[in-house]
Design a protein. Structure first.
Ligand SMILES: [Zn+2]
Length: 241
C-alpha cells in the first residue's frame, strides 16, 4: 500500500542561537537537522511534494517535509540544505508575522517560492481556529490565501492548521475556502485518495535520533507501533487534562 509520512519542523538554530525556554522544544540545532536529512538520503526514501502525492501509486513509502511558522531559519539554514540534498518541501508562514523579528520577509518568501518549493498558509494570525467566529475563521483562511497568492503569483493549495487543533467544521471550511489539503499535527500515516485532510509528525528537540530513524526507515511495523503509542499518549493526555 502506498504510504506517506509527513514530518514537520519549526525553527532550526545555528550554533550559539537561543530561544526562550517555552519555544525550545520546537527548535532543532542545525547539525541535528542536517544529520536527519543525511539519514533520509541514506535510507533512500523518496521525498515528494505534497501536491504530487495523489499521483504516487506505486506502493511505496514516501516522505514529505513541512516547515511551519515562516521563521528566518527557513531561508538561512533550511533552504540551502534542502537544495544540497535535492529534497522538496512546503513552507507555511503566518501572514501577519511576515517581516517581523525572526520571521521571513516577503522577498525571502518569494525567493523560496521561486526556488520551486511549495508555499502554503498557516493563517493570518496563528489563532486557535476552534475559538473563532465564522467570519473570523473565514478571514484567517481566505484572506491569507489571497495575500499569499498575490505575493507569490502561485496558487496556494495547502493550509497548515495552527496548533493542529481542528474539528469537522474547520476541515469543511478549509475545503470551501479553496484549499486542497488541510494539515494537522496528529501522527498518522497518509494514503492517496482523499488528501483533503493529511496528518503530520512534529519533529521536536526531544525526538531522539533513534525514534527519527525508525520513523523514516520504511519499517511499517515500527511506524504502526509508534502510531499506536502516539494515539495512546494522546488519549492519556485527554484523560488527565
Ligand atoms: Zn504554528
Amino acid at each position: 500500500m502506498t504510504q506517506l509520512l509527513i514530518i514537520n519542523y519549526h525553527r532550526i538554530l545555528s550554533a550559539g542561537e537561543t530561544v526562550p525556554n517555552r519555544f525550545r522544544d520546537f527548535t532543532l540545532d542545525k547539525e541535528k537537522f542536517e544529520e536527519q536529512l543525511f539519514w533520509i538520503k541514506k535510507a533512500g526514501t523518496d521525498v515528494v511534494d505534497l501536491n504530487d502525492f495523489e499521483f504516487c501509486k506505486n506502493h511505496q513509502f514516501f516522505l514529505a517535509l513541512t516547515f511551519d511558522d515562516g521563521k528566518k531559519s527557513d531561508v538561512e539554514h533550511v533552504l540551502p540544505l534542502l537544495q544540497q540534498y535535492e529534497f522538496k518541501a512546503s513552507f507555511f508562514p503566518v501572514v501577519n508575522l511576515i517581516g517581523t523579528e525572526d520571521c521571513l520577509t516577503w522577498n525571502e518568501l518569494k525567493y523560496i517560492s521561486q526556488c520551486g518549493f511549495s508555499i502554503g498558509s498557516h493563517s493570518m494570525n496563528h489563532p486557535s481556529l476552534t475559538k473563532l467566529t465564522a467570519s473570523e475563521l473565514q478571514s484567517e483562511l481566505v484572506q491569507s490565501k489571497k495575500i499569499l497568492e498575490e505575493k507569490t503569483g502561485k496558487p496556494i493549495k495547502q493550509f497548515s492548521i495552527p496548533y493542529g487543533i481542528y474539528n469537522q467544521h474547520i476541515i469543511k471550511t478549509v475545503k470551501e475556502s479553496g484549499y486542497g489539503i488541510a494539515l494537522t499535527t496528529r501522527f498518522r500515516i497518509n494514503h492517496p485518495g482523499d488528501i483533503s485532510l493529511m496528518h503530520r509528525c512534529n519533529i521536536r528537540r526531544s525526538t531522539s535520533f533513534s525514534t527519527f530513524k525508525k520513523l523514516i526507515n520504511r519499517n511499517i511495523a515500527t511506524t504502526r507501533y509508534l502510531q499506536m503509542s502516539s494515539i495512546f499518549k494522546y488519549m492519556l493526555h485527554q484523560f488527565i487534562s
